[in-house]
Design a protein around this ligand. Structure first.
Ligand code: NFE
Ligand code: MG
Length: 523
């Protein structure tokens, strides 16, 4: 007999995500992703001065304010017809790069790794490595004091949990180092952004901060440490998890999907806003045969092909299936059959997986494809996503070292940092860029000097989207089908699949239903 289970909250980075699943014969047969919270950024921005957009839109999220700032700035660059000076283009790339790397460290060490290790194993650590011994003793004290979060409880019957004390001890030591390295990456972003999160230096037409050689040198020192650590520690750890515990799912489906991927690309190598020349390229892969990755076709993208289906989303149907340029957000929390506040983002009518795996497949990065093959993981799977994220952190950090050289050269040629222009009283534009979790677009339309329409389609709007009128599931929903659930009382694999997308629903629903159930009272 089939069991139906509701799990929530399922995120490690936000608390507003739940999933309803059906389990039959030891595997998931149906899934519905729910964003339980409504917010309202698209509504807040209406009627405001366009220059407010960069400041307000960043408050959508504390993890990825920089990509929201950059997407918004690109839309405003286009509205004012600004030519972003090279120094500003590179500074934006460095801020965005620092947040990509910092976010990927957070995702792997803090949100993924704890699902694959049993920290209580460290009580059996007898090795001689000093660093591991210190961590083993500290974690042992935490557990003795009954303070096991975020690592406990663990499920004794789970076959993908590592329990070797040497292995777990070493991974935990890296987990604690990750906190320091992540902090360093945040500091790098703040050095060029004024502060982080919620940056101040990115504006329409460029940036506000005149950069000094000392700042570049400081950034370089920190980046060298971060880049080294990501290559030597994070990537090998992620690969070990992808080819070790995650590989125990080889025979079954573990996070597969519709084989459609979308990247808007990131890190302009030319004039800002031109998504055709980016270090991580833009492109779309539609319903590909993933058996031979060398034969995949990548299509050029067209932002006009982005639509949002509202059939199962808690919004009025007036703007169903339209391009965001033409949409006004109208909440309808009580809508019949609707089950989430995330809209059904579609590209050319298709649900698209977005994120590091999409980007590495669109880039056709041969070194990544070799690494992926060496793990034996399926090209669209939980281990493939985890590996792609760590690999991407490695190549972005390395590329950033070169961008610092480019910055010094650009500074020597010109002191221009901003092409500040008047805003037209009427106009439309779109800014698109890949945030750490995937394709992000900000659509803006001005009328009578103020914002008439502001629409955001964020990475998790793609991945956590609901089904549409043709009953196509969203990417996470589809990835859950077939997930092995040997014990319905412990559906750990379900959250593992969801977390492989690194979803952030505060980003995906940029609206609070005052009638929502009160789950907990604090204080
Ligand atoms: Ni709230 Fe974000 C990223 C953006 S995700 S973290 O990366 O945009 O939906
Ligand atoms: Mg939106």
């Amino acid at each position: 007999m089939a069991d139906t289970i509701r799990l929530g909250p399922v995120g490690r980075i936000d608390q507003d995500m739940a999933v309803d699943i059906t389990v039959d014969g030891g595997a998931v047969t149906e899934a519905r992703m729910e964003a339980t919270m409504a917010r309202g950024f698209e509504t807040i921005l209406r009627g405001r001065d366009p220059r407010d957009a960069i400041v307000v839109a960043q408050r959508i999220c504390g993890i990825c304010p920089a990509p929201h700032a950059v997407a918004s700035a690109q839309a405003l660059d286009e509205l004012t017809d600004a030519r972003v000076p090279p120094v500003a283009r590179i500074v934006r790339n460095l801020i965005l790069g620092a947040t990509h790397v910092s976010s990927h460290i957070l995702s792997f060490f803090l949100a993924t790794l704890p699902d694959y290790i049993d920290p209580s194993a460290v009580s059996r650590y007898r090795g001689k490595d000093k660093r591991t011994a210190i961590v083993a003793s500290k974690v042992g004290q935490m557990l003795d004091a009954g303070d096991g979060a975020p690592f406990l409880p663990r499920y004794a019957g789970d076959k993908a949990t590592l329990r070797d004390p040497d292995v777990v001890g070493a991974l935990l030591a890296d987990y604690f180092d990750a906190l320091q390295i992540k902090r360093k990456a945040e500091t790098m972003a703040a050095a060029l952004a004024g502060r982080h999160p919620h940056i101040c230096s990115v504006v329409a037409g460029g940036v506000t901060i005149p950069i000094s050689v000392e700042q570049v040198t400081q950034f370089r020192f920190a980046l060298q440490d971060v880049a080294d650590w990501v290559s030597r520690t994070m990537f090998p750890d992620a690969k070990a998890i992808a080819s070790g515990p995650m590989a125990s799912f080889k025979s079954g489906r573990f996070g597969g999907g519709q084989a459609s991927f979308l990247s808007f690309g990131a890190f302009d190598q030319n004039i800002s806003g031109d998504y055709k020349d980016r270090f991580l390229p833009s492109g779309a892969i539609v319903a590909a045969d993933l058996r031979d990755l060398s034969k995949i076709t990548v299509q050029q993208i067209d932002p006009a092909k982005v639509t949002e289906s509202l059939t199962y989303a808690r919004y009025g149907n007036a703007y169903d299936g339209r391009n965001p340029a033409e949409v006004v957000t109208e909440f309808e929390p009580g809508k019949r059959d609707a089950y989430t506040f995330v809209k059904g983002a579609r590209y050319d009518g298709k649900p698209m997986e977005v994120g590091p795996l999409a980007r590495m497949l669109v880039k056709r990065d041969s070194a990544f494809l070799r690494e992926l093959a060496s793990t034996g993981a399926a090209p669209q799977s939980v281990p493939a996503r985890v590996l792609a994220r760590a690999y991407e952190a490695k190549i972005v950090a390395r590329a950033m070292l070169g961008w610092l050289d480019d910055l010094i050269e650009a500074m020597a040629q010109s002191g221009d940092i901003c092409d500040e222009k008047e805003f037209p009283d009427k106009g439309r534009a779109v800014g698109i860029v890949d945030a750490p979790r995937g394709a992000l677009g900000h659509w803006v339309s001005l009328d009578a000097d103020v914002i008439d329409i502001y629409q955001v389609v964020s990475p998790s709007t793609w991945n956590a989207s609901p089904r549409d009128a043709s009953m196509q599931r969203g990417p996470i929903e589809e990835a859950l089908i077939g997930t092995p659930v040997p014990d319905v009382a412990n559906p750990l694999n379900v959250v593992r699949v969801i977390r492989s997308f690194d979803p952030c629903l505060t980003c995906a629903v940029h609206i609070i239903d005052g009638r929502a159930d009160r789950l907990t009272r604090v204080g």
